[in-house]
Ligand binder design. Structure first.
Ligand SMILES: O=C(O)[C@H]1NCC[C@@H]1O
Length: 390
């Protein structure tokens, strides 16, 4: 499927069995340590490409067993396994409503529909927790309930919180990019926020670039080189570590992405109070084509913490792709409630919010992948970067 151009390759069969019973985070660790060749095979060339994204369905997790979720999922990308993904959640909502194969989705029959709103709820156990997905539905010509592609899917996030507001980071000389140097600067000021995974949020202007993302006008190569240097510094900077340390779950304590935001607004659709545009570099410098649902969550939490967004206000987030399509594919979000992060003893460790994100995903096709004996690419895959730069 794709969500605003961002792919989700949904693995419905063939993934090796993982230990059961185990938690979803244990399954994530096992997939990474024992079966990473499957991820590489499906995400990288020649079966995938540098910017491919995937979702491996997990029918058995601790929260499926306890009845808190209908199904679990592991998210995959060019570097490993994410802890949250909004664009894939939107795609999975539709896919799961449409999937009647009990081997793929054993709890399909337990889904509850709302006949008035014409929606069906699917609770998905993502590595960051349970996300409640609301899928618009309709009866098809044979009377079967199917997901309605003409209305938005929405999901309600796990608690999201700002972990660093206006953090000034010194950039060592070896890591300064030309646009920063040209302004005679040695530092940048950015924000850090958690939307199921940690995002560093920085404006294009702060990086030394003119605005223009919203109009699709930006020197992408130069911006990409800048973000490579900035992220490499942030992940090594000891002083920065506290902003990407999750107060409860060590598995979440890493910097997933640098999101470059633009002061230009992009298309403001009817019913939204405002809009923003951003360009998300995540994992190993993958570029998200979609407005990045988990970062939309992080951005709303950040705006709430800064006092510039209220509960119920509706804000639309664009990627360069959604702006290129006249605003189609923007994700519209609203904060539904305050929601604190608590530790195992129930103590509040971070003040946060839950965010509702709306977007639309479409089917692109179905595939069967094979790996033959003697195929040198089968277990590692490759990217042009890996074969030219090691
Ligand atoms: O929508 C999202 O949240 C994701 N898209 C690719 C990178 C993020 O995980």
């Amino acid at each position: 499927m794709h969500t605003t151009g961002e792919p989700t390759r949904i693995v419905i069969a063939g993934f090796p069995a993982l230990s059961t019973p185990s938690t979803l985070l244990e399954q994530r660790a096992e997939a990474r340590s024992q079966h990473d060749h499957i991820r590489k095979r499906l995400m990288l060339e020649p079966r995938g490409h540098y910017d491919m994204y995937g979702a491996v369905l997990r029918q058995d997790t601790e929260l499926v067993r306890s009845g808190q979720a209908h199904i679990g999922v592991l998210f995959t990308h060019n570097q490993g396994y994410s802890t949250m993904c909004g664009h894939a959640t939107i795609a999975l909502g539709r896919f799961l409503v449409d999937t009647h194969d009990p081997a793929v989705f054993p709890k399909r029959e337990e889904l509850v529909s709302d006949p008035v709103r014409q929606t069906t709820r699917v609770d998905i156990h993502a590595p960051c927790g349970v996300v409640n997905v609301s899928v618009p539905t309709r009866q098809n010509e044979r009377g079967v309930l199917v997901a309605d592609s003409e209305r938005d899917v929405s999901f309600i996030s796990t608690p999201a919180f700002a972990s660093g507001i206006r953090v000034t980071v010194s950039i060592p000389e070896a890591r300064r990019w030309p646009e920063l140097v040209a302004q005679g600067r040695r530092s940048v000021t950015l924000d850090v926020s958690f939307g199921g995974t940690f995002y560093a949020l920085v404006s294009a202007r702060e990086l030394g670039f003119p605005t223009g993302l919203a109009r699709g006008r930006m020197d992408l190569d130069a911006l990409s080189r800048c973000v490579t240097l900035l992220k490499a510094h942030l992940v090594e900077d000891e002083g920065f570590r506290k902003y990407i340390t999750h107060p409860v779950t060590p598995d979440y304590s890493f910097l997933y992405s640098v999101m470059v935001v633009d002061e230009e607004v992009g298309v403001v659709p009817a019913g939204a109070d405002g809009a923003e545009t951003g360009l998300c570099f995540f994992a190993d410098h993958q570029i998200d084509r979609s407005p990045t649902g988990s970062c939309v969550v992080a951005r709303m939490a950040l705006a709430y913490a800064k006092g510039i967004r209220k509960i119920g206000e509706r804000w639309t987030y664009h990627s360069v792709v959604s702006n290129a399509f006249g605003g189609e594919g923007g994700f519209t979000a609203s904060i539904t409630e305050e929601a604190d992060v608590t530790d195992a003893q129930g103590r509040v460790v971070a003040k946060g919010v839950r965010v509702c994100v709306e977007g639309r995903a479409f089917y692109t096709g179905s595939s069967t992948f094979v790996a033959e004996t003697g195929d040198a690419t089968a277990d590692s895959g490759f990217t042009m970067q890996s074969v030219t730069q090691g």
